[in-house]
Each structure stands twice: as structure tokens, then as C-alpha cells.
Design a protein around this ligand. Structure first.
Ligand code: OKP
Ligand code: ZN
Length: 350
């Protein structure tokens, strides 16, 4: 498989996230990706490449132009408020909920930060935009690499910050640019008639779901902690099946806290059956490993060895596959768990 690693990821390094009335250290840290790269150095699975810059038109096919413009200038505006802000992260604290105007962009920076976000756990830092844009470039390059004869069976966008919570014009859940959606859109634009996105992160991929909710050309399927108790809470229920032309093209498989691999794998079989019925030309896997039993913020019970089988099961779909890296916060186990998925996939895809 081909691997595109984000060379700018470490520039996105949040100091703190809001949790229960306190600012606590961020879970989504640069070391996560460093552990994956270190494990890949021990167990190589393919060439590691640098991606060319991502086309703005592709980003704008996924995200609103005014949202992208905000992200790319946000740090500059934050520091312009007060030079001392350079030592702080920008965290939103005010949001336009139901009944408020979202069509107008406020002049006030804090108000704009809130307009384009949905939680106070996603700090925007000096290198956030560069990291997010370079991550999208990895996703786009991974998708492109699957086109044409002699293409590999799979390509991986090894990147952070993650992407699956980011929607057309909002960030949150540690995500800014939706890398899985960028990959899916790129696959469509290069000729795949139908693309499936399978999200195996512990948290529901609300951003990806919302981006494709009214489209029949991209099937979105997510297996995740039940949103009645788990983040992102306000989306991810089983009765969300798509709308308009997209009706029937979204599948949510929420599972209770404590779910082990046997139960999780049964949901994966359901997901893969729906994907097979859709008969896509390509698959995007939003790969989070926060389903791990040792994850500090999640409540499933997958063991490290289970990720080999998870990868093999996904390979069983028999599709050209792009993986994007999403969550996983048991930092030291991150390398083993991610590389196990990829190795399991590769072994079964032969
Ligand atoms: C991002 B991804 C923990 C609060 C958790 C946000 C979780 C985002 C998960 N103290 N808040 O889906 O892995
Ligand atoms: Zn997650």
C-alpha cells in the first residue's frame, strides 16, 4: 500500500481543551502520529510519500469557501487582537444555536470562531491551518494514487488533526478539514461512480454524514458509541438514513458502552453487507482506533490483536481503499493498533 504522511501535522498542537469547567491537556497530540510512523518503520507496509498540494477546488467541493478563508486567517486575526495571544490557543465560547443568524459573518473574532465551530474542545493553534490543509493533501493524493492500471489496492492518509467531525462550515471534535470526505469527493471526481465511506472510529462521523446526507453517490456508514451517551451526542442515531436524493444512503450502527470485538465485528458485517449491496467503485475508511480497550476517552473493548482481523474483514470488501487516520488516544498503543489494521488488510488483500 502507498502511504502519504502529513509533514505539517506537528504544527497543530493544542495546549488545552475545555472539559467539565476546566482546561485540561489535549488528547489529540502530535505523538499519536509519531507512534504510527515509528511502528511503520519497524513493520514497513509500503512506500511513504509526500503529497502534492491539494487543489482549492477540491477543498471547496467539501467545505464552504468562507469557512476555509476563516480557517486560513484565524491565527493571524487571533494574534492581531493581542500579541500576547500567541502564547494561547483560540477556543470558542459562544455559538449561534437555533434561531440565531448563521448567514451573517460577525466582525467580532470570538463570534466568528463560534459561528464556525460546535465545541470548546478543539483549539485552533498557529499551525492548525497548515496541518489541516496538508492533511487534506494526503487524503487527495491517496485517492488519486488508486486511479489507473497498476494502482495499489490501498492508500493511506496518515494525518492529524483528524477530520470526520468537520462539516461543510464547522470544526469540532478535534477536526477542521474532513479528510475522508475529501478522499471520497476526489474518488468521485476521478471517475468512481459510487463511493462508500465506512467510519470505524469510536465517535460518530457527524461531519461526513452531514456532507453527504442528501447524496446518493456517496454511501456513508458509521459504527460508533451510542450518541445518547457518547460524543458528538446530537447526531449518529439509527433512524438517520439520509434525506432527499440521499434517502437510504446513510447507515448508523450505534453500539453500547462495553461493546467487545465479537459484538463490534457483527456490526461490521452489517456495514459491509450494506456496502456490498451499494456496489461502490471505491471505499474510504475513516480509521479511528479509539475503540481500543485502553482508550482514555472511549468505552469499547477491542484488543490490539483484534485490529488485524478488523483490517482483514475490510479487505474482504474487495475494493480499492483509502484509509484516513481519525481518532485513537491511547497514545503508546496507537502505532500497534493502526499498523495492525493496515497489516491485516494487506495480508488479506493479497
Ligand atoms: C474525536 B475523534 C473528553 C471529551 C471528548 C471530544 C471527542 C472528540 C473525538 N474529555 N471530546 O472522533 O476521535
Ligand atoms: Zn473518535
Amino acid at each position: 500500500m502507498l502511504i502519504y504522511a502529513n509533514p505539517r501535522h506537528a504544527g497543530h498542537s493544542g495546549r488545552q481543551e475545555m472539559y467539565r469547567g476546566r482546561l485540561v491537556p489535549c488528547h489529540e497530540v502530535p505523538a499519536r502520529l509519531e507512534h504510527v510512523l515509528a511502528e511503520l518503520a519497524r513493520r514497513p507496509l509500503g512506500e511513504i510519500r509526500e503529497a502534492p498540494p491539494v487543489a482549492r477546488a477540491l477543498l471547496e467541493a467539501v467545505h464552504a469557501p468562507r469557512y476555509l478563508r476563516f480557517l486560513e486567517t484565524a491565527w493571524q486575526q487571533w494574534v492581531a487582537l493581542d500579541p500576547a495571544n500567541a502564547e494561547l490557543d483560540a477556543l470558542p465560547s459562544v455559538w449561534p444555536v437555533r434561531g440565531f443568524r448563521a448567514d451573517l459573518e460577525p466582525a467580532n473574532f470570538a463570534a466568528r470562531l463560534g459561528l464556525y465551530s460546535f465545541d470548546a474542545g478543539t483549539p485552533l493553534t498557529e499551525g492548525t491551518w497548515a496541518a489541516a490543509e496538508a492533511g487534506a493533501a494526503c487524503a487527495a493524493a491517496a485517492a488519486s494514487s488508486l486511479a489507473g492500471s497498476g494502482a495499489p489496492r490501498a492508500a493511506v492518509a496518515l494525518t492529524r488533526p483528524p477530520g470526520h467531525h468537520a462539516g461543510a462550515d464547522f470544526f469540532g471534535g478535534y477536526c477542521f478539514v474532513n479528510n475522508a470526505a475529501v478522499a471520497a469527493q476526489a474518488l468521485r471526481e476521478q471517475g468512481a461512480r459510487r463511493v462508500a465511506v465506512l467510519d470505524v472510529d469510536y465517535h460518530h462521523g457527524n461531519g461526513t454524514q452531514s456532507l453527504f446526507y442528501e447524496r446518493a453517490d456517496v454511501l456513508t456508514v458509521s459504527i460508533h458509541g451510542d450518541p445518547r451517551t457518547e460524543y458528538p451526542f446530537y447526531l449518529g442515531h439509527a433512524d438517520e438514513t439520509g434525506a432527499g436524493a440521499g434517502l437510504g444512503f446513510n447507515l448508523n450502527l450505534p453500539l453500547p458502552a462495553g461493546t467487545d470485538f465479537a459484538q463490534w465485528r457483527a456490526a461490521l458485517a452489517t456495514a459491509l453487507a450494506r456496502i456490498a449491496a451499494f456496489a461502490p467503485d471505491a471505499l474510504v475508511v475513516a480509521l479511528g482506533v479509539d475503540t481500543y480497550e485502553g482508550d482514555p476517552i472511549s468505552r469499547f473493548r477491542l484488543a490490539s490483536g483484534d485490529y488485524l482481523q478488523l483490517g482483514a474483514d475490510i479487505a474482504g470488501a474487495g475494493l480499492p481503499t483509502v484509509f484516513t487516520l481519525e481518532g485513537g488516544y491511547a497514545v503508546a498503543a496507537m502505532g500497534t493498533n493502526v499498523v495492525n489494521v493496515l497489516e491485516g488488510f494487506e495480508a488479506a488483500a493479497r
